[in-house]
Design a binder for this molecule. Structure first.
Ligand code: NAI
Length: 675
């Protein structure tokens, strides 16, 4: 006997075990949308009417169990009361699973995230496929926290420290780790998954009680201590004013940790408040923008396998290592063996950090081949040039490359400032050349600008985007114009920081102001990290093309060899470990009030110019690019979104006031009136 639902499939086997499979209709991925939850509720009615030995909930989709709740549904709600009702409905269904009289098992493979893990937590047992499974409660990354009873059940199952860590960091863990911490009962190879799930139903193991100290930590008198510690740790990373969710979660547990019924209700209230707030709405928007960039990188039938990188310096070496880590076969060419040696050493360090286990490390090293003679060119699907920033050198190189590669090989340059059209003159078909502008450090920076020159064929841009997606980076198509998008917008902001410093505002005050606004690090620290020589080079290039002055102090510092972190001294001084030494400031912290305005408005004004010139397709992509390329305060939703929420007119007037006070560099771009 089997009854089919729209999203679920329910079968009973000979031992009267109900196998309940989720296969969300019209979707490649299982998510807990309203209709999925409602249908589950009906199924629970059906299960109440029959006698079963147990229920196994699984996913009928190959890619994973359940990716989470339907975020889009939640953010369409602007009324906290409606959000509360919706969350309570979800909670009620989870409660019904928990109350089933028979054993219930979540049989998990692939991703099991957010609402998906909350559903699994409502089951009595969990069994996970050992190799592909990733479990997590990443809600904080979207500005909320678990809302379908996850905060209650995770705490009961794992104890407060582990549960809070999982929810506050939002990190994903694999099946082995999940088994170790008690999140799943078993982690088994795929071939044993069904049998294992069935065994949990037929011979249900007895629950192990939580260790005494974990139970004690959940007591009313103990919670304030741990809560204080958690609060302190979280506030080292984010502020409650910008990212309220983790703090709300700590508060929830602190107040109601040992009263499950109350805690459930308060959990729903808290998520309802958060989800209708500005931070969550903006973070969810950023999430969808990221999805948009990913889908721009999907190209049916294009599967590059072999990459040849030329130039094994800072960028080329890291690009090559990254590509090999993503499973591609990579040859890396440089003029010197020493550079290639350094590439291999850096790659090993990266793999050790990221891949951890010996076998995957060895496999990645095997895919990365030093190739001083450039033998890899012939077979490459993609060639990435990353030699130094010199037009003639790049032209000479591409002239030679074109004679050696296949006609369909993708030809990319990592240039940061040379117009593509100029490099392209070296090729018989300049339309083959596309820019792949990576950011430093490659392994950390998710964004890659896909630079389209005047001649670049559009299918070349599509393939470059698909390649970027293949190596798990976010492709952002931009026009070939000075500084492209990210550096162009970033530079006026960095230069304003230098001017502020020149005018006597302390460098800490400048950095502090930007961090308070929501930037991941202050502009002075950022300039030191990027390297002042690189900043100077980009700034001079931009001022040559677009006008504007480069602060004299920057040039002086570079001339003196103070290049930032890498030389041990820039605006700050650094110790051997690259840690900035505290500066005892004697200068009064003047300028306070308008420091942030001066920094952000120069940034935003340049963003307007880019939109006017069509450097980027639209304002949404600009927001995404600046968040993933420069870390612009994600909770504000990106620079354009920020302007819109503050009020275009208000901000434009602030610009005009700054123009009167500080001169032409604050002249509002013509695009302001078009927003
Ligand atoms: P780098 O100076 O660290 O490395 C350049 C490497 O290319 C050196 O190892 C050199 O031996 C090698 N090389 C030079 N000519 C060669 C040739 N004809 N054949 C083979 N190898 C050759 O330079 P970096 O910083 O890695 O920059 C490379 C490119 O990436 C430049 O176009 C730069 O504008 C761009 N870029 C740099 C960023 C950065 O933060 N450093 C960021 C984004 C782009």
């Amino acid at each position: 006997m089997a009854k089919t639902y729209k999203n679920w499939k329910l079968d009973y086997d000979d031992d009267k075990v109900a196998w309940l499979g989720l296969d969300k209709a019209d979707s490649g991925t299982n998510i807990l949308s309203r209709d999925v939850i409602d249908e589950l509720n009906d199924i629970l009615d059906e299960l109440g009417d029959v006698t079963v030995r147990g229920v196994v909930i699984y996913s009928a989709k190959a890619n994973g169990f359940i990716a989470g709740a339907d975020v889009k549904e939640f953010t369409s709600l602007t009324d906290p009361n409606m959000a509360f009702e919706l969350i309570r409905r979800g909670q009620a269904v989870m409660d019904r699973i928990e109350m089933l009289k028979c054993p219930s098992v979540a049989m998990i493979h692939g991703f099991c995230m957010g609402g998906g893990l909350e559903l699994a937590l409502a089951c009595r047992y969990r069994i996970a496929e050992a190799d592909t499974t990733r479990l997590g409660l990443p809600e904080v990354k979207l500005g909320i926290h678990p809302g379908f009873g996850g905060s209650v059940r995770a705490t009961q199952l794992l104890g407060p420290p582990a549960a809070m860590d999982l929810m506050l960091t939002g990190r994903g863990i694999d099946a082995r780790r999940a088994k170790k911490m008690g999140l799943v009962n078993h982690a088994v190879p795929e071939r044993q998954l069904r049998r294992g799930a069935k065994a949990l139903v037929m011979q249900p193991p007895r629950d192990k009680p939580l260790a005494l100290y974990k139970r004690l930590l959940n007591k009313k008198w103990a919670r304030p201590l741990l809560a204080k510690y958690l609060w302190r740790n979280v506030s080292k990373k984010v502020s409650p004013e910008h990212y309220p969710a983790p703090f709300a979660l700590i508060d929830l547990w602190l107040k109601f940790g040992d009263e499950p019924t109350e805690m459930l209700r308060e959990e729903a209230l808290s998520v309802a408040r958060l989800i209708t707030g500005a931070t969550a709405q903006n973070l969810v928007r950023v999430f969808f923008l990221q999805e948009r960039m990913k889908s721009a990188g999907k190209l049916e039938g294009y599967r590059p396998q072999r990459v040849h990188v030329i130039g094994g310096g800072v960028m080329g070496g890291d690009i090559a290592a990254w590509c090999a880590m993503q499973g591609l076969h990579v040859t890396v060419q440089d003029r010197s063996n020493e550079s290639l040696g350094r590439v291999m050493a850096r790659a090993y360090k990266l793999y050790k950090k990221k891949l951890k286990r010996a076998r995957p490390i060895q496999a990645a090293m095997d895919r990365l081949v030093p190739d001083i003679h450039g033998y890899g060119l012939k077979r490459a699907d993609v060639v990435i040039e990353a030699i130094f920033e010199d037009l003639e050198a790049k032209q000479t190189l591409f002239r030679e490359v074109e004679t050696k590669v296949r006609p369909d090989t993708l030809l990319c340059t990592n240039t940061s400032s040379i117009p593509l059209e100029e490099i392209g003159t070296a090729l018989n078909d300049p339309g083959r050349l596309v820019g792949l502008h990576f950011f430093n450090p490659v392994a950390q920076m998710q964004l890659v600008e896909i630079v389209k020159g005047k001649d670049t064929h559009s299918e070349v841009v599509d393939r470059a985007s698909a390649f970027t997606h293949r190596i798990k980076r976010l492709p952002l198509p931009v026009k070939s114009s000075p500084g492209f998008l990210v550096n162009r917008i970033l530079m006026p902001y960095l230069m304003e920081a230098v001017v502020l410093a020149e005018q006597g505002v302390s460098i800490q005050a400048i950095d502090k102001a930007a961090v308070k606004f929501g930037m991941p690090m202050g502009p002075i620290t950022l300039a030191d990290t990027v390297g002042l020589d690189i900043c100077l080079h980009v700034a001079e290039n931009l001022s040559q093309h677009l006008g504007g002055e480069v602060p004299a102090r920057l040039k002086k510092m570079v001339d003196a060899g103070h290049l930032g972190k890498k030389s041990g001294r820039g605006f700050y001084r650094y110790d051997k470990n690259g840690k900035a030494q505290k500066v005892s400031s004697t200068t009064p912290e003047k300028g306070g009030q308008d420091v942030v305005e001066r920094l952000t408005l120069r940034y935003i004004n340049e963003a307007m110019a880019c939109l006017r010139e069509g450097v980027i397709e639209d304002a949404d992509l600009l927001d995404a690019g600046m968040i993933f390329g420069t870390g612009f305060a994600p909770f504000r939703g990106g620079p354009v979104k920020y302007v819109r929420s503050e009020g275009v007119q208000v901000m434009r007037e602030s610009m005009q006031q700054l123009e009167e006070k500080y001169g032409e560099r604050f002249h509002p771009d013509a695009y302001w009136s078009q927003l």
